[in-house]
Design a protein around this ligand. Structure first.
Ligand code: ZN
Ligand code: ZN
Length: 501
């Protein structure tokens, strides 16, 4: 329960995971109530979900993992992920309880010595997650909010900032793009126009700061680079262009029809202090954004946008020296990225609005990320299964360094979901990580390696892991113009367990 590490003289940047789950949050209530059969279309994600209770076959029983069809609640829940979230007998099963993706960026402001908290997204589960983690993390203020996009899981908790504004005695600045601002206006008119408030009249005092796709900001002493990515598509109505025919005609059959046109939905990712890239919702990354991610020199800052009143403006961070002597352009991209936090909904299948494992790994490879944390996952894949998939990518070098200690290894071997998990890991290698027939044509790389082999060759000292709610990451500050030992990223589990706060 200690929070003493947050004020080191090294001025570390901390990231605290508020939520790491998909838009619904996990566990899903219909899974807990056994309401309907598990969707058939998901059966390829985790094997043997349909195993029935008629068999007394020991092997099959084991393959069902921790599911006991005739057992007491919650052991009778077929979905391994949602069951694990509330079954205390599943090792680390509580990590399957996931709120909407969001995090808290934390740093000591050098100017005034105060710890500043930047909240990224305030989704549907914000209130619950804040109650779970803020007391443990000793979070006493919310100094600014960044919104990624205009979906419910990113901003429906804005109303819960009301009490924070009252206690702090000041408005909280909210940084968001124009599209998200319009969504907020529709959902919460009283937050942007106080004449629309009713009842007691208390509304959150928020300062709306519209930001653009390529902005570079400084918020409370933290460099924030905006990274615009695509998050699926949406349809917007296009008014018909009047033509001579339509103008001349008065017949109802020729009334011009509005068209619906698809357009990519822009979601904002962020880079913090050139050390952490956070992208929670992404289906594709435009090349312009790739360039911004690969060129991480903080001195490339173009402009400092208006920050809230009384925010001290600090100097840009010391530039990162380029390790390969190539002082400009692409060379910056050679510097490994300390931490990448990236969307990965499913391990096997692609999705229209989200990255899956394959795209997340490719992104990490291109950025040369030292530590990659996967977020945004959904059921039925469990946290344990995700860990096993990620561990299968660990190189022999890392394994020999005992990244997983003996006690953990033993616990993993004896995990009740091990057989299910082994099956899934094999399937992931067959379908996603190994070189497939189709890849032999399209060629993943010049040596014809599959993604998994490529990862082990190119990223042999990199680590990829599923994140969980409550995980804290810490990167050391700059020293002598270089990011300090990248391996010293610190992981702490300060989360509480189970369904209670
Ligand atoms: Zn479920
Ligand atoms: Zn979304």
């Amino acid at each position: 329960m200690s929070s003493s590490s947050s004020t080191s003289s090294e001025d570390p940047l901390q990231l605290l995971f508020m939520g790491t789950g998909t838009s619904t949050g996990l566990p899903l209530t219909p899974c807990l109530t056994l309401s309907n059969p598990y969707p058939e279309s998901f059966s390829d994600m985790v094997p043997l979900l349909k195993a029935t209770n008629e068999s007394s076959n020991e092997e099959l029983k084991h393959k069902k993992g921790s599911w006991e069809p005739n057992g007491k609640f919650p052991k009778n829940i077929p979905c391994p992920c949602c069951r694990s979230a509330i079954d205390p007998d599943v090792p680390e099963g509580w990590k399957n309880k996931r709120g909407n993706t969001g995090c808290l960026i934390r740093k000591t402001n050098k100017k005034n010595g105060q710890i500043k908290n930047l909240l990224v997204d305030v989704g549907k589960t914000f209130r619950e997650q804040a109650a779970r983690f803020f007391p443990v993390w000793d979070v006493k203020t919310i100094d600014a909010v960044l919104l990624t996009h205009g979906h419910a899981d990113a901003y429906f908790g804005l109303d819960d900032l009301r009490e924070w504004c009252i206690r702090q005695g000041r408005a909280i600045p909210v940084y968001l793009n124009q599209e998200t601002y319009e969504k907020v206006c529709e959902a919460f008119p009283y937050m942007v126009d106080k004449t629309k408030a009713s009842g007691g009249g208390d509304v959150p005092q928020l300062l709306w700061r519209i930001i653009k796709d390529d902005d570079e900001l400084e918020i409370e002493g933290i460099d924030v680079k905006v990274l615009a990515v695509h998050h699926g598509i949406y349809f917007h109505t296009v008014a018909p262009t009047p033509t001579p025919t339509t103008i001349a005609s008065t017949a109802s059959s020729t009334v011009p029809v509005k068209r619906l046109e698809p357009e990519p939905l822009i979601c904002l990712g962020f880079m913090f202090d050139s050390q952490i890239i956070y992208i929670s919702d992404v289906s594709s990354i435009p090349e312009t954004t790739w360039e911004r991610m690969l060129h991480r020199n903080p001195l490339s800052r173009k402009a400092i946008l208006p920050t809230p009143e009384n925010t001290p403006v600090s100097k840009p961070s010391t530039p990162i020296t380029n390790g390969n002597g190539n002082g400009e352009g692409e060379g910056d991209g050679e510097e490994p990225l300390p931490i990448l936090i990236i969307d990965a909904l499913w391990p096997l299948r692609p999705h229209a609005s989200h990255f899956s494992l394959q795209q997340a790994l490719k992104c990490s490879l291109r950025l040369k990320a030292k530590f990659t944390y996967l977020i945004g996952s959904t059921h039925p894949t469990t946290h344990y299964m995700w860990e096993e998939i990620c561990n299968s990518l660990l190189s022999p070098t890392l394994l020999s360094q005992k990244i997983i200690d003996e006690a953990e290894k033993k616990e993993r071997e004896e995990h009740p979901d091990k057989i299910q998990s082994d099956y899934l890991v094999k399937k992931v290698w067959d379908k996603v990580l190994s070189k497939s027939k189709s890849q032999q044509q399209s060629n993943n790389d010049e040596l014809g390696l599959g993604l998994g082999e490529l990862w082990k060759r190119e990223n042999r000292n990199a680590i990829v892991r599923p994140a969980w709610d409550g995980l804290v990451l810490q990167v050391p500050g700059y020293k002598s113009g270089k990011i300090q030992d990248l391996v010293e990223v610190e992981r702490k589990d300060l989360s509480t367990r189970g369904l209670v706060y």
